[in-house]
Design a protein around this ligand. Structure first.
Ligand SMILES: NC(=O)c1ccc[n+]([C@@H]2O[C@H](COP(=O)([O-])OP(=O)(O)OC[C@H]3O[C@@H](n4cnc5c(N)ncnc54)[C@H](OP(=O)(O)O)[C@@H]3O)[C@@H](O)[C@H]2O)c1
Ligand SMILES: CC(C)=CCC[C@@H](C)[C@H]1CC[C@H]2C3=C(CC[C@]12C)[C@@]1(C)CC[C@H](O)C(C)(C)[C@@H]1CC3
Length: 608
């Protein structure tokens, strides 16, 4: 019996060889997956149980189990493991050795030894840590999931273990992403069963970030008002406490969020389906973000026409940020409290460490909704994102003209504003694509995202434009042209790669994508291995970084402050990439390793 990497499950293997130098055994699982295992990950078959098929095969039985959280947990996890154990890798190359293996799809009917049930909420946390250690290292614990996964022939035919080649799918199947859904049902583990390593420095890290992130926003806002801003000016001169608070500012922020909420619920625009959840359900989202930004722009135009003083935003930046911070904290408390009352199936993997502070920070519930109102989707795409350009940046243009006595805003100001406007409008135009991103699919909604969406984005992403108000940078025409070209290149890579992945995830059989090579995974989902996702593992990050460079360059090199976004973004995306790598490795096992072997670089070809 060989342990499946990244899990505590053991499956039948045949030992093919032993390498004395690396001390690794080469084993082959019944589905044909070959792996190298350490000695402690291989056990004698005696002591493992098998279970009769008929028990888990009955659909009625399966359905009734999923009603009980405890049972659901077991069912999905055991399926997951079995599905993982049935991993097979293929690509479009016709006569590869792996293709031959795929034809011999085998059943995994072994039942790992039962261990103590995991669902006891009192010691959930300790168990998680224990299990985490086990997953990360190589403990000899056999298995904590007490139920057998029995795969029937019919299940296989339904595509639960989608081991066919993509080409075979493309021609025969209707344009519908059904296999994705089935795969998700089969694969996604229950939140309480699989622990993921704690991100962001774990529990201590959560305390740190909770203090650091708001402090950093404050630091930036105070710095950007200085004549000679410098990141080494620490601590900046602090304003008196009462300067932070302005009831009117709180009123404006609240009104703005409510206004966006009304636009969001209007029955205008397309309703899109999210990716299948663990339960197999697909949530519906009203993707009318473009409509929302157009209406918001019209509202701003009307206000300008009515001589409303929009420079209020610039002059009350600190108070507006404080009000938004307050709202994000209240929202996060609400999110945390409600996450304590929802079922296991609704929780995100990670964010359920058992530590209040960590869970509050990271977010616990995957898709908190008030009826059909999706809080995470709304916050990520609407008030902050539209507020970023709609309020702050546009206002800064006005301020730029008034303060510097110009007829029009400076070149650099126009570039920064246009670039950021394009970024936001594009995000809203392609709003559906966010449903296949990490935040929407995997991350819980807690302080990190609530604060990120409502404070970080609208108040720190505007820093370049804010800086340019009091630090005008003249740009020559060649410089403008060069920067615009850079932006276009970045945008092209960003948009094309995001759309390619989104289209593929929505409909893997899309004939328009049939030229792309893929690697099949045991989950039934495939990984793109050519096209944009064959160049680097995160081509969308590459495009995004190039764009960030393009909207930092107009600010010149006199100060580090306007480069904050670039620096933050590199750190954010490198960290995000590594989070995603671990998550995908856990999900896709050897198929992911194969992908990483094929696509060697993470973000920048031949560099990183
Ligand atoms: N401006 C900002 O502050 C900011 C911050 C963060 C991100 N972003 C941008 O937001 C966008 C979304 O980023 P994200 O971090 O959510 O990550 P993402 O790259 O959109 O999503 C990662 C997911 O894509 C799937 N995937 C990975 N490799 C694949 C492959 N080869 N073939 C098919 N699917 C694959 C995996 O999910 P499944 O396999 O489960 O489908 C993986 O978990 C990016 O363009 C990023 O630059 C912007
Ligand atoms: C405060 C900290 C440290 C973290 C919060 C991160 C948060 C600000 C970002 C996480 C995912 C990001 C994101 C966009 C904006 C910033 C985040 C919410 C995005 C909406 C920007 C517009 C793009 O077109 C997009 C692809 C839709 C982006 C999706 C991810």
């Amino acid at each position: 019996m060989g342990r499946w990497p990244g899990s505590s499950l053991y499956y039948e293997v045949k030992v093919l060889g032993f390498d004395a130098k690396s001390q690794l055994y080469t084993v082959i699982y019944k589905d044909g997956t070959e792996l190298e295992l350490k000695e402690q990950d291989i056990k004698s078959a005696s002591g493992f149980q098998t279970r009769s098929r008929s028990r888990s095969r009955s659909p009625g039985r399966r359905r009734s189990r999923s009603r009980s959280p405890g049972r659901t947990t077991r069912r999905s996890s055991s399926r997951t493991a079995a599905a993982v154990a049935a991993a097979a890798i293929t690509d479009s190359a016709p006569s590869s050795r792996r293709d031959t293996k795929l034809k011999d799809t085998v059943e995994v009917t072994l039942s790992p030894l039962p261990q103590a049930a995991e669902n006891n909420s009192n010691n959930r946390h300790e168990k998680k840590e224990e299990k985490q250690k086990e997953d990360n290292n190589t403990s000899n614990k056999v298995n904590e999931k007490p139920e057998a996964k029995v795969q029937t022939e019919s299940e296989k035919n339904q595509g639960r273990y989608n081991l066919r080649r993509r080409k075979d799918d493309g021609d025969t199947k209707p344009v519908e992403a059904k296999p994705e859904k089935e795969a998700k049902i089969a694969v996604a583990p229950a939140a309480s069963t699989l622990s993921t390593p704690l991100d962001f420095g774990g529990k201590i890290g959560a305390y740190f970030w909770l203090l650091f992130l708001p402090a950093w926003v404050l630091f930036l806002i105070l710095q950007v008002n200085l004549v000679d801003p410098s990141l080494v000016n620490f601590p900046p001169p602090l304003p008196p406490l009462e300067a932070f608070w302005d009831a009117q500012a709180l009123g404006f922020v609240t009104l703005w969020i409510l206004f966006q909420a009304v636009l969001y619920v209007l029955p205008v625009g397309k309703v899109s389906e999210g990716m299948p959840l663990r339960s197999g359900e697909r949530l519906k989202y009203r993707t009318n973000g473009f409509f929302a930004i157009v209406v918001s722009a019209v509202a701003v135009a009307v206000m300008v026409h009515q001589d409303v003083d929009l420079t209020y935003i610039h002059s009350h930046f600190l108070q507006l940020a404080t009000a938004s911070f307050l709202i994000s904290v209240l929202l996060s408390i609400y999110l945390y409290v409600r996450s304590r009352y929802v079922g296991q199936e609704q929780l995100a993997l990670g964010g359920n460490s058992g530590n209040v502070i960590y869970d509050f920070f990271k977010g616990h519930e995957l898709n908190p909704r008030i009826q059909d109102f999706d809080l995470k989707f709304f916050c990520e795409m609407r008030p902050g994102l539209i507020g970023w350009v709609g309020n702050a940046t546009q206002n800064l243009c006005f301020k730029n003209i008034f303060q510097q006595g110009l007829d029009t805003p400076s070149n650099s100001m126009i570039l920064v504003n246009l670039f950021q406007l394009l970024y936001v409008v594009d995000g809203l135009w392609n709003e559906e694509a966010i449903l296949t991103t990490m935040d929407l699919m995997h991350d819980g909604f807690g302080f990190m995202l609530a604060f990120g969406d409502l404070v970080w984005v609208p108040f720190t992403y505007t820093i370049q434009a804010y800086y340019l108000v009091s630090h005008p940078i003249p740009l020559s025409l060649p410089a403008v042209i060069a920067i615009v070209i850079l932006k276009i290149i970045g945008f092209y890579i960003f948009r094309k790669s995001n759309s390619e992945k989104n289209a593929f995830r929505r409909n893997p059989s899309d004939p328009k994508l049939s030229y792309l090579k893929t690697i099949h995974t045991a989950t039934g989902k495939s990984l793109l291995v050519s096209g944009w996702w064959g160049v680097v593992r995160h081509p969308n990050y590459l495009g995004d970084l190039i764009m960030a460079l393009a909207w930092s360059l107009p600010c010149g090199f006199s100060h580090l402050l306007p480069w904050y976004y670039m620096i933050f973004f590199i750190i954010l995306l490198v960290h995000r990439d590594s989070r995603d790598m671990s998550e995908c490795r856990r999900k896709y096992g050897s198929a992911w390793e194969e992908y990483c072997r094929t696509v060697r670089y993470r973000i920048i070809p031949h560099v990183y």
